[in-house]
Design a binder for this molecule. Structure first.
Ligand SMILES: *Cc1c(COP(=O)(O)O)cnc(C)c1O
Length: 411
């Protein structure tokens, strides 16, 4: 018989993220799982997490073929396209690199909208493959003016492609993809869009807008762990892919497309993540794209209303509905705010990068978001700004969030 104090009842050391985070005040002891408010990765719904934890299926067996078949259909629904959307085992950057190597040939000239970290990433990838990059510089926090794109296309071409972000996550800006695609569809230039924090957040109807390549990743609005990336290609992008001569092997889009047509993948897929994706896509279909986009719009609108009510400034006048970038005065400085969210409230938010380091914070509202997500984030923001001496917490931010939802405000 075991006596009290024997090793049978020794407490099991748990990783800190499974228990109450240390140092939290007693009134927050129910916060068992720290909230990820970062613009990727985002908090994963529990049923999605469980779907990624099932016993492995064999990826060449019949059951997994059914999964792939459903996922193909679901991705077409999400992208609003009749084309195949290919699935890669990589982070989002892999699909960006894949877009460049599948669509471009040696020495091709490309126009890169450079208005943040991710615009710079397009440039770096293109330069790594020796492409002739013409950057179109946009001040961080502003959206690109389509007129500038039109002029660059007319005066500095010919361009193989325009590379831009639908949602520039480093600044919280939404770029006018529809207008840019309107310009490129009448030319031989391909419109290549990084939609990594846009697909599943706001409308980018792929076929209707005439986009040529749209990439996304699993850990943003698709509320999965990182590890999957996606790319949709238009008919003329597939033609370009057949001619493009940049070196490629793993990220050979045509090979993946041909495999998908057989409900399989070229290489060993990220089986568990694709099982999670199957569930996510089913949920998105049940909800419907209109409702999905509206839910994100309501959250973004409410978040912005709350921020203004606190007397803080939004970093951009052209905000993406995926996240809110907020200017933080110094003092207290954005880094102190990030730290305080984590240490005192068990929530992880993002600061700014590079030139925005210490100047802004970024709060995500994509994926599994509803009014309580926004209220929770705003409650913490109010408290943190109070604790750091910026402004007493009086509920003004939370009240603005609740009122915004009550009005169904969508700006
Ligand atoms: C997250 C993100 C990426 C991809 O980054 P990975 O770390 O490679 O997944 C690319 N572009 C944008 C706009 C993003 O938000």
């Amino acid at each position: 018989m075991q006596s009290e104090g024997s090793d049978a009842i020794l407490p099991v050391a748990r990783p800190p993220h499974l228990g109450t985070p240390p140092n939290l005040p007693l009134d927050m002891a129910v916060t068992k799982r720290p909230l990820l408010l970062t613009p990727g990765p985002v908090t994963i719904p529990e049923e999605v997490r469980q779907a990624t934890a099932r016993p492995l299926l064999y990826h060449r067996g019949p059951e997994f073929k059914h999964v792939v078949r459903r996922v193909r259909d679901g991705l077409k629904y999400l992208y609003q396209t009749r084309e195949e959307v290919i699935v890669l085992a990589s982070s989002g950057t892999g699909a960006m690199e894949g877009a460049v190597v599948n669509l471009c040939s040696r020495g091709d000239r490309v126009l890169v909208v450079r208005g943040g970290k991710f615009g710079e990433r397009w440039e770096k990838i293109a330069r790594a493959y020796g492409l002739d990059v013409v950057p179109l510089d946009v001040p961080w926090g502003e959206a690109v003016d389509p007129e500038r794109v039109r002029r660059a296309l007319a005066e500095q071409g010919p361009f193989r492609a325009v590379l831009l972000q639908a949602s520039e996550t480093s600044t919280g800006v939404a770029h006018p993809v529809r207008e840019v695609a309107d310009l490129t569809r009448r030319t031989d230039t391909l419109c290549v869009v990084d939609g990594i924090t846009a697909v599943g957040v706001f409308p980018i109807p792929f076929d209707e807008w005439g986009i040529d390549c749209l990439v996304t990743g699993s850990q943003k609005a698709l509320m999965l762990p990182p590890g999957l990336a996606f790319a949709g290609l238009s008919a003329r992008a597939w033609q370009a892919a057949a001619r493009a001569d940049l070196p490629r092997f793993y990220f050979d889009f045509a090979r993946e497309r041909d495999c998908l047509a057989q409900d399989t993948t070229a290489w060993t897929p990220a089986i568990s993540l694709i099982e999670g994706l199957d569930l996510v896509l089913e949920r998105i279909r049940e909800e419907g794209l209109d409702a999905l986009f509206r839910r994100h719009r309501l959250a973004a609108t409410a978040m912005r209303a709350g921020v203004r009510a606190l007397g803080l400034s939004l970093f951009t006048g052209s905000p993406s509905d995926a996240l809110t970038a907020i200017e933080i005065p110094d003092p207290p400085g954005a880094s102190a705010v990030v730290k305080r969210f984590r240490d005192a409230h068990g929530m992880t938010i993002a600061g700014g990068q590079d030139q925005l380091k210490g100047r802004i914070i970024r709060l995500s509202h994509m994926g599994d978001v509803d009014r309580y997500h926004v209220v929770r984030a705003m409650t913490a923001l109010e408290s943190v700004m109070d604790e750091l001496g910026f402004r007493p917490a009086d509920g003004a931010g939370v009240a603005a969030v609740v009122a915004s939802y009550a009005r169904g405000a969508t700006e």
